[in-house]
Design a binder for this molecule. Structure first.
Ligand code: PEP
Ligand code: MG
Length: 880
């Protein structure tokens, strides 16, 4: 197979399905030319394969010959020749990868002009000014992109030219000055690059094609692909196309249109035009554009043809399209089309409308597939306006989506005080701990300098739907200010956070909060119908308020209630500490009883909120460091203002319990083993609450989950305590209570020993946060700060495994544990409750692994409903 394909090449398949080979732009140009017979300026596409071969082993053999054959064909079709003295053909050379990478790669326009053909263009158009202006633009563009000359040289020349003529607008520069500008531009190219500006169009073309190939690996393209998860090996196609000019005269123009309104989804053509202008004038925003509707007055026939073309494109692609067009002396040309980018609201409306459109008849499955997680994110969380340009102060991890604006404060207490005064506050910390929870609860957003996507701050913020940026390494916090490089932001100053992109801005940005439109419920109900009973969606929720919210979002149960989070309130933390640090049995029993009352009240509310749906309660799993007082802070206090008696005791106990690796220390079931009575107390509280719900004619369904087990013996021991406590708390109603007992699978050993664990478990829930931490040996709190960036940058990892499940390693353990667990217990229920439960790509893996449910934060529930349905559609399509 060759490397080059004319737009009208007869492919065996519809060209629009050949994006792998032709790139998105090339595939659509071929489709519009060969299938739809639209007025597309002719041209050809150099395939992505040519780019791949070029980048791996240099200019491919045979490519030169193919390009020159296609150039000759193009010249024949148009009846003009490249470099011709009388009537030159000019071409554009544009990048076009399989996936759209807007503005990330290079393009060269007006190629083919030289000192001779510029005269040809002048006489052909009878417009010397136009020809010279086109030539000077070409020299600057080619010089910058192909020959590496800094753009500022050309900008300076243009400024000098305007000064020379005493004008302020490019369009007013005189012909004589333009002639000098052309000469000076060529001189600049030669002195800056050491090479003369090439006069031979064949040489120009080769240079432009190579530059586009290289731009695939430009730093900005690499960053973009990393962020969008686009394969670095795909390469870009190059489209060489005859130029048409929207800047010929007042009968010409250029524009970009959408077949429907991309903001609201309204079924009305939408877009901008500029009369007597080239595409780059629209993009650069120098001149104000006019709405597309003005064409109906100025060019009624063109307008009619354009609207008809929009409809044809929409019916053909069965989607809203984005169309670039040019009018050259009254003739309409279509330059490009693709599925149009749209807001979340427009995506929902368009998908639903297209199911009702008789010519398009989108199916409901197709409609569900048209919605992306990003569309839902944008509807569920406040968003910054996209048109505002702002300088980014620093970037961390987008840990919890949404936009937040507020004054910065550096402690939870200061945040609380500020909010009481009526301010909007953002909590800025190195990292958060349970002690900060009261500040996080009232803050607009959270910014941390350290910690990753499953750090305390990230998990809590996501659970509450609060925007958070974590691990912003460049942030240096010193007392009541923070700095990023030279910029210092003091307490009380305003910043804006984008928890979706991880960007932090100085000052207040405006943002939009949207009500979920009714179309959201329609699409999600279609998604639920597709999902049926195959995979349940649950939520991770620790309070009744979270549970109610999750239910509102469509959760079918709670997959993880972290009981330690119930103890994070200021009034409760001291009791948990007292329990952990108790030195006598009496002290411990006292603390446990105090906890019993608090727990029972919380459980009652949660069971009521989730009446009739399963509630999975995890017994206490505190990595101790999250609950102990900060030793350093106490030491400082001791040395400065002194400690109270309680604090002296606390410091002593905290030192005694201090562990070097708390994440691998006294946590999970291990804490239960050394604190006999702890789990029994929790189960008694839960069962007593369930009993009360039963008496009130409620329908409690409970699952009791033991964390961090690694062996059958350990789980059997814990199960024994649980069963005893159930009998103790509810003998009279034991037979009427629906209770199952199971464990988390959070360590590689637990996964490997799943057959043994399955013998004593009714269910497994994969704790993929810890499982990832322990499988990689990557500390979930530290690794994303220093290591993850370089690892992703150097492609040592494809994705951050705390964000998207590592299918080969961690995923293999999940699959193996499912098989082994079910081999010893065929009725074993399987779920996942790590943060991956809300990640669409990971959800695809879990659905494929045959899990019964995925559990995620309440705000991710709609996304999980959509993603599971999309996976099942894809699976069904594969089978049929
Ligand atoms: C997990 O480890 O995946 C999990 C859900 O537990 P936690 O994040 O509370 O450790
Ligand atoms: Mg865990």
């Amino acid at each position: 197979m060759g490397y080059v394909f004319a737009f009208d090449h007869k492919h065996k398949k519809p060209p629009m399905s050949l994006k792998d080979l032709l790139g998105g732009k090339g595939a659509n140009l071929a489709e519009m030319t060969s299938v739809l017979a639209l007025p597309v300026p002719p041209g050809f596409t150099i395939s992505t394969k040519a780019c791949q071969d070029y980048l791996s082993s240099g200019w491919p053999e045979g490519l030169t010959g193919e390009i020159s054959r296609h150039c000759a064909l193009l010249e024949k079709t148009i009846g003009k020749r490249l470099g011709d003295l009388a009537e030159p053909l000019l071409v554009s050379v544009r990048s076009g990868a399989k996936y759209s990478m807007p503005g990330m790669m290079d393009s060269v326009l007006n190629l083919g002009l030289n000192d001779k053909s510029v005269e040809g263009l002048a006489s052909q158009t009878d417009d010397e000014r136009f020809a010279l202006d086109t030539y000077r633009r070409f020299i600057a563009m080619y010089g910058r992109i192909v020959m590496g000359v800094d753009a500022s040289h050309f900008e300076r020349l243009l400024d000098i030219a305007k000064d020379w003529d005493g004008v302020s607008n490019d369009a007013e520069i005189s012909v004589d000055t333009l002639r000098r500008l052309v000469r000076r531009s060529k001189e600049v190219v030669e002195s800056a690059s050491g090479l003369p500006f090439p006069q031979d169009p064949t040489e120009q073309l080769r240079g432009a094609v190579e530059a586009v190939f290289h731009s695939w690996d430009s730093p900005r393209a690499l960053v973009y692909r990393n962020r969008e998860g686009i394969d670095h090996n795909l390469g870009t196609a190059v489209n060489v196309q005859a130029m048409v000019f929207g800047n010929r005269d007042e009968q010409s123009g250029t524009g970009v249109g959408f077949t429907r309104n991309p903001s609201t989804g309204e079924a009305v053509a939408y877009g901008d035009v500029l009369i007597n202008a080239q595409g780059e004038d629209v993009v650069s925003g120098i001149r104000n554009t006019e709405p597309i509707a003005v064409l109906s007055e100025k060019f009624p026939l063109v307008h009619k043809e354009l609207i008809k073309t929009f409809r044809r494109l929409e019916c053909h692609y069965r989607d809203m399209c984005d169309v670039e067009f040019t009018i050259e002396q009254g003739k309409l040309w279509i330059l490009q089309t693709r599925a149009g980018k749209r807001t979340g609201l427009a995506a929902l409306r368009i998908a639903i409308d297209l199911t009702r459109d008789r010519a398009i008849k989108l199916t409901r499955s197709e409609a569900v597939q048209r919605i992306t997680p990003e569309h839902l994110d944008a509807l569920l969380h406040p968003q910054f306006g996209s048109d505002e340009s702002r300088t980014v102060l620093t970037t961390g991890l987008g840990a919890s989506p949404g936009a937040a604006v507020g004054q910065v404060y550096f402690s939870a207490e200061a945040v609380e005080d500020a909010v009481t005064r009526g301010e909007r506050a953002i909590l800025v910390r190195n990292e958060t701990s349970p002690e900060d929870i009261h500040g996080m609860a009232v803050a607009e957003g959270v910014l941390t300098a350290r910690g990753g996507l499953v750090s305390h701050a990230a998990v809590v913020a996501r659970g509450w739907g609060k925007p958070a940026v974590c691990g912003a390494e460049a942030l240096l916090i010193t007392g009541s200010s923070f700095s990023v490089g030279d910029v210092v932001v003091s307490e009380g100053e305003v910043i804006s956070l984008d928890g979706t992109t991880g960007e932090v801005f100085f000052g207040a940005r405006s943002f939009i909060v949207q009500e979920a439109p009714p179309e959201l419920a329609t699409i999600l109900s279609w998604a639920d119908k597709i999902r049926g009973k195959r995979v349940q969606i649950r939520a991770n929720a620790d309070t009744a308020a979270d549970a109610l919210r999750a239910r509102g979002f469509g959760a079918e149960g709670i997959g993880l209630c972290r009981t330690e989070h119930m103890f994070l309130g200021e009034d409760r933390l001291p009791i948990v500490r007292a329990m952990i640090l108790a030195e006598t049995a009496h002290e411990e029993t006292q603390a446990l009883e105090a906890l019993y009352d608090a727990q029972k009240a919380d459980f009652l509310e949660i069971l009521e909120a989730m009446n009739g749906l399963p509630v999975n309660v995890r017994l206490l799993d505190p990595p101790l460091h999250e609950f102990l007082p900060d030793i350093e802070e106490l030491i400082v206090k001791e040395a400065t203002v002194g400690l109270s008696r309680d604090e002296v005791n606390l410091l002593r106990a905290a030192r005694a319990w201090h562990e070097v690796n708390p994440m691998l220390g006294t946590r999970g079931v291990r804490l239960g083993v050394i604190k006999p009575g702890l789990y029994a107390m929790q189960v008694r509280a839960l069962v007593a609450a369930a009993r009360e719900r039963l008496m009130a004619k409620g329908k409690p369904i409970i699952e009791i989950m033991i964390p961090l087990t690694v062996s059958r013996e350990e789980l059997a021991l814990a199960r024994g305590w649980v069963e005893e406590a159930i009998v103790e708390a509810a003998t009279d109603v034991a037979s009427r209570l629906v209770i199952s007992i199971g464990t988390m699978i959070e360590t590689p050993r637990a996964a490997l020993m799943a057959d043994e664990l399955g013998e004593v478990a009714d269910f497994f829930s994969f704790g993929t946060n810890d499982l990832t931490q322990m499988t990689f040996g990557f500390s979930r709190d530290d690794i994303e700060g220093r290591i993850m960036g370089p690892y992703l940058g150097m492609a040592l990892l494809d994705d951050n495994p705390f964000e998207t499940i590592d299918v080969q390693g961690v995923g293999e353990l999940v699959r193996l544990a499912c098989d082994r667990g079910r081999s010893s217990n065929p009725d074993l229920k399987l779920g996942i409750c790590g943060e991956h439960g809300g990640d669409p790509t990971s959800i695809g893996f879990f659905v494929g692994a045959g899990l019964d449910y995925v559990s995620c934060s309440p705000f991710r529930v709609p996304i999980a409903r959509l993603s599971v349905a999309q996976c099942l559609i894809a699976e069904d399509n594969l089978i049929s």
